[in-house]
Design a protein around this ligand. Structure first.
Ligand SMILES: C[S@@+](CC[C@H](N)C(=O)[O-])C[C@H]1O[C@@H](n2cnc3c(N)ncnc32)[C@H](O)[C@@H]1O
Length: 373
């Protein structure tokens, strides 16, 4: 095992600590003290390859780790790398992230999980703030599939715009689908259904939908290109495939905060450990091209969410404070040996302080791509 630089918080560190309060030590991963945070990266975040994620023995199927007990998509048939008809088969080297994993089990490792603090984030999403790049292309009689629809706020909003058309939302989590159905019922939205499905194996015929949309999904998949091929398969020829994902390294904030910097690094480490790409936004166009879309039809772009009002800061900082200690992210950070409760609580405190800062400002850069199937 190679020696890596470690970053450690002092147990006595207070919430007002800055970069200088963080003791940095070089030690082997195995010598790491109990409440340290993740590796440092020499100024850059590691790409998936060789990021050294300790969480999973990648020779084991994903479903064999304790964390994988969450939200098992048990109704899906077996779809393993090397056996997929979607094009994922055999394209990964044996040591690439997630190689050898059962892709039908992959959402069990979904970094955020569906803790209330996570759903609080997703429920703020609307078609206007999350799918503006798609809206000008929608016609009222179109059929639309939303892959990884989560609690369905964007999905329901889209259905209400497709007054003569229909929408299907799919997700690998039954709990979140129940929440989405409840939302549609509460809105009285009739032209929408929700189904349990895996992005790698969509239960639809070829050429089924005018629009296939996925919002903040691809960053959570170890093989986003395979999922995009599957999205292309179920889109009608000439139909739209539209994807949008955040780019964590491009997130920026004020005032400076050692804890938020550390949170962002830890987030990269945890997601890389599980074989996912948190800097998905910048990669979407490349993934779409790799999935076989005609480059002439690919329209890449970007847009931001910005949280700077007192209400937005309370909401965004509060939910991330909670996510640092309560969500699946916290479980995975601890499960992979990258942080412990003390360190996570320090990050949560950093989020609370950012939220309370009168000049607090946070921007999330989202990559987006529209392409024709
Ligand atoms: C970040 S949430 C986005 C939810 C929604 N699109 C939104 O923007 O509010 C990602 C969603 O993808 C789902 N998911 C993760 N892996 C999946 C897979 N392999 N197939 C289908 N859904 C998956 C998760 O359960 C989760 O609800």
């Amino acid at each position: 095992m190679c020696s890596v630089a470690r970053r450690t918080y002092s147990a006595a560190m207070t919430g007002s600590a800055n970069e200088h309060d963080i003791a940095r030590i070089d030690t082997a991963r195995t010598d790491a003290p109990s409440h340290k945070l993740g590796d440092t990266f020499g100024g850059r975040f590691p790409a998936n390859e060789g990021s050294g994620g300790p969480a999973r023995d990648r020779t084991k199927p994903a479903g064999t780790d304790p964390i994988d007990a969450v939200d098992a998509p048990s109704s899906l048939s077996s779809l393993t790398r090397g056996a997929s008809g979607t094009g994922a088969a055999g394209q990964e080297s044996p040591d690439s992230p997630g190689a050898g994993t059962d892709l039908t089990k992959e959402s069990e490792s979904y970094t955020h999980g569906h803790h209330e603090s996570v759903l609080r984030s997703h429920r703020r999403r609307t078609a206007a703030n999350s799918a503006a790049f798609l809206l000008p292309h929608l016609l009222s009689d179109m059929t639309l599939l939303d892959v990884g629809c989560g609690p369905g706020t964007v999905t329901v909003d889209l259905a209400e715009r497709l007054t003569q058309g229909s929408v299907v939302g799919v997700d690998a989590s039954d709990d979140v689908l129940e929440s989405a159905r409840g939302l549609a019922d509460a809105h009285g939205t009739k032209n929408i259904t929700f189904e349990h499905a895996n992005a790698y194996e969509l239960p639809f015929e070829d050429d089924s939908f005018d629009v296939v949309f996925a919002h903040q999904l691809l960053q959570h998949l170890s093989d986003p290109v395979a999922a995009l091929r599957e999205m292309k398969r179920v889109a009608k020829p000439g139909g739209f495939v539209a994807v949008r994902d955040a780019d964590y390294e491009a997130m920026t904030w004020y005032p400076e905060s050692a804890e938020l910097t550390e949170w962002n690094m830890l987030y990269h480490e945890v997601t890389h450990a599980y074989g996912f790409e948190p800097d998905a936004g910048r990669r979407l166009a490349s993934w779409v091209r790799d999935a076989g879309f005609d480059p002439a039809t690919i329209e890449p772009g970007a847009s931001v969410w910005c949280y700077a009002t007192p209400d937005d800061r309370t909401w965004w900082g509060g939910l991330w404070a909670e996510r640092c200690t309560e969500s699946n992210f916290a479980v995975q950070a601890k499960d992979s040996g990258l942080a412990d409760d003390v360190a996570l609580e320090q990050l949560a405190q950093g989020w609370r302080e950012w939220a309370a800062a009168p000049d607090g400002w946070f921007a999330v850069l989202n990559g987006e791509v529209l392409a024709r199937a």
